[in-house]
Design a protein around this ligand. Structure first.
Ligand SMILES: *[C@@H]1O[C@H](CO)[C@@H](O)[C@H](O)[C@H]1NC(C)=O
Ligand SMILES: *[C@@H]1O[C@H](CO)[C@@H](O)[C@H](O)[C@H]1NC(C)=O
Length: 520
């Protein structure tokens, strides 16, 4: 009996050792491509129930560097069956994770936070290599990403309930908050921070997770899972399913699963609507952060230096690929010429290139499809009378680069693509306006409402405009608004719910405890 068991163990150990050798070899070559201080942060497998796994059918997704189209490595094309396993693992882990103390979850999250800071340079480098943004931006993202883990660790211990005076004699009311359990979908434009913004809140609340990272940038997500596993998060609390081809059946499975009670999605509005629709089948709680089309308004009384600086930061961050990037820049006629020439001068000095090079100020777009959209927006506007002040074309050669561009005399309203959808590229579209009333109408004239920005020194106007803009976040005399400590999210078709700030509540539900029979 004993020896038979030994034999079995030995055989399986041998097979496992062989598989591990193969995996280690593949990981080693991929890890070398990234040039990290700690190469073991590069994981080339999915993560289910605390184990690193290959695709059940052997399929692979090739991940490339958008700065030069070179292959970075592969991750598995995982299957529906593996997704079901991940969901089952998350459900199983939820039983014990949801019962841990808030202090315990706080401590583990702070441990993860320390690990993220310790590996800050490596995490930033992974973001740069798979997304293309500059190393300064990649490291900035890695710090931003870690800040969500810290913030939600601090929130974990303050999910207070309430005692509510009763309207009925003999009753005492108590409201407690309980974790809900969840599935997470994230985009490529912030491969790390969009995960921790959701995952930090989920883990702090006592939820477990199934994460589907984008096929363009899976390595940041997998590095986070590696660090979380080093921090000591139990098996099944974090699961990562990588997929490209199976995204529809896998997304559907997560949305229709009866055990997943909450979906959190960041991505495009059409996909958000699709997931929202499917999630209704099981009445899930849904958080959505979909696209925006941010207005950026420069009034005649604005500080023009500040406005130009704000436009540069807000429009060209991540080469224009953030959902809160300015998309329609309205400038009052009295300062239009000055603003346009000063912005054009700044943009002309940008240097596009590989994000790892120290003189690069702006990186590539994520892929060819992204370039095509920018080309479409610019050509259309030019055909309708817009003037190119700087840039205006794609750059030849390897990598998906589009020149940072400033367009003047862009027609207002939905007659151009800028008025209809977000460009998600490095193009500042300048539109002239005359009155406050006119510009508010123009700014609100879209189906989405994520962020809006304006520059003015008039306190009356500041209140009027801030209240009138139909958006979830307003930057007043600033082009940068996001921080882990404040709410992030939109109105209209930009989404539902808020992340950061008190966003932990999105992962909890209130339960009323009405006590009777106490006065006997
Ligand atoms: C935004 O502008 C539209 C169009 O002018 C207007 O109907 C709407 O009332 C404005 N929204 C707010 C909140 O003032
Ligand atoms: C959030 O605020 C902190 C503290 O001022 C700052 O260090 C950090 O850079 C901010 N985060 C972002 C993403 O701007």
């Amino acid at each position: 009996m004993g020896s038979a068991l030994f034999f079995l163990t030995l055989t399986s150990l041998k097979t496992v050792a062989k598989q591990n050798q193969l995996v280690r070899f593949r990981m080693a070559s991929t890890a070398a491509t990234f040039g990290l201080k700690d190469p073991s942060l590069i994981r080339t497998q999915g993560f289910v129930n605390g184990k690193w796994v290959d695709g059940e059918e052997g399929g692979k997704i090739t991940v490339t560097n958008p700065a030069n189209n070179a292959e970075l490595g592969t991750v598995p094309e995982m299957t529906l069956t593996q997704t079901k396993e991940a969901i089952a693992a998350a459900a199983d882990a939820f039983k014990s994770w949801s019962k841990t103390t808030a202090k315990h979850r706080h401590d583990l999250l702070m441990k993860l936070h320390r690990l993220m800071l310790q590996h800050h340079d490596d995490l930033g480098r992974i973001v740069t290599l798979e997304n293309g943004k500059t190393l300064t931006e990649g490291k900035g993202e890695s710090a931003y990403s870690a800040s969500f883990i810290e913030w939600f660790a601090e929130e974990a211990v303050r999910t207070y309930g309430e005692q509510i005076p009763s309207s009925m004699p003999g009753i005492r009311n108590l409201v407690i908050k309980q974790p809900i359990g969840n599935g997470i979908f994230t985009p490529w434009n912030f491969p790390s921070a969009m995960i921790t913004r959701k995952l930090g809140a989920a883990l702090a609340a006592g939820c477990t997770s199934v994460i589907k990272p984008p096929p363009e940038t899976p390595f940041s997500a997998l590095a986070l899972a590696e660090l979380a596993s080093r921090a000591g998060f139990p098996d099944g609390v974090i699961n990562i399913v990588t997929t490209q081809k199976n995204v529809i059946p896998i997304g559907k499975e997560i949305c229709e699963s009866k055990t997943i009670r909450k979906i959190s999605f960041t991505g495009s509005t059409p996909v958000a609507k699709l997931l929202y629709g499917i999630a209704s089948s099981t009445m899930k709680k849904v958080s959505i952060e979909a696209g925006g089309n941010s207005p950026f308004i420069v009034f005649g009384d604005a500080d023009i230096d500040d406005a130009v600086e704000g436009a540069v930061a807000c429009k060209f961050r991540g080469s224009g690929q953030t959902c809160v990037c300015a998309n329609r820049i309205y400038v009052h006629s009295s300062v239009y010429a000055e603003f346009a020439s000063r912005l054009a001068e700044k943009v002309a000095a940008f240097k596009i290139g590989d994000g790892l090079l120290s003189d690069t100020t702006h990186g590539p777009l994520i892929h060819e499809k992204a370039i095509s959209k920018v080309v479409k927006h610019v050509e259309d506007a030019v055909s309708k009378g817009a003037q190119i002040l700087v840039g205006g074309k794609r750059r030849d050669g390897p990598g998906s680069f589009y020149e940072p561009t400033v367009l003047s005399d862009v027609p207002a309203g939905p007659s151009t693509f800028f008025g209809q959808e977000e460009t998600f590229g490095p193009v500042a579209a300048l539109i002239k306006f005359e009155t406050e009333k006119e510009v508010i109408e123009l700014a609100n004239d879209t189906d989405v409402g994520l962020a809006g920005y304006f520059y003015s020194r008039d306190i009356g106007r500041i209140w009027r405009v801030a209240e009138a803009l139909e958006v979830g976040m307003v930057g007043i005399n600033t082009g940068i608004i996001a921080n882990a400590t404040v709410p992030f999210g939109g109105v209209k078709e930009s989404g539902l719910g808020r992340e950061g700030g008190h966003g932990i509540n999105e992962y909890m539900q209130e339960k009323l405890l009405a006590f009777g029979g106490l006065d006997k």
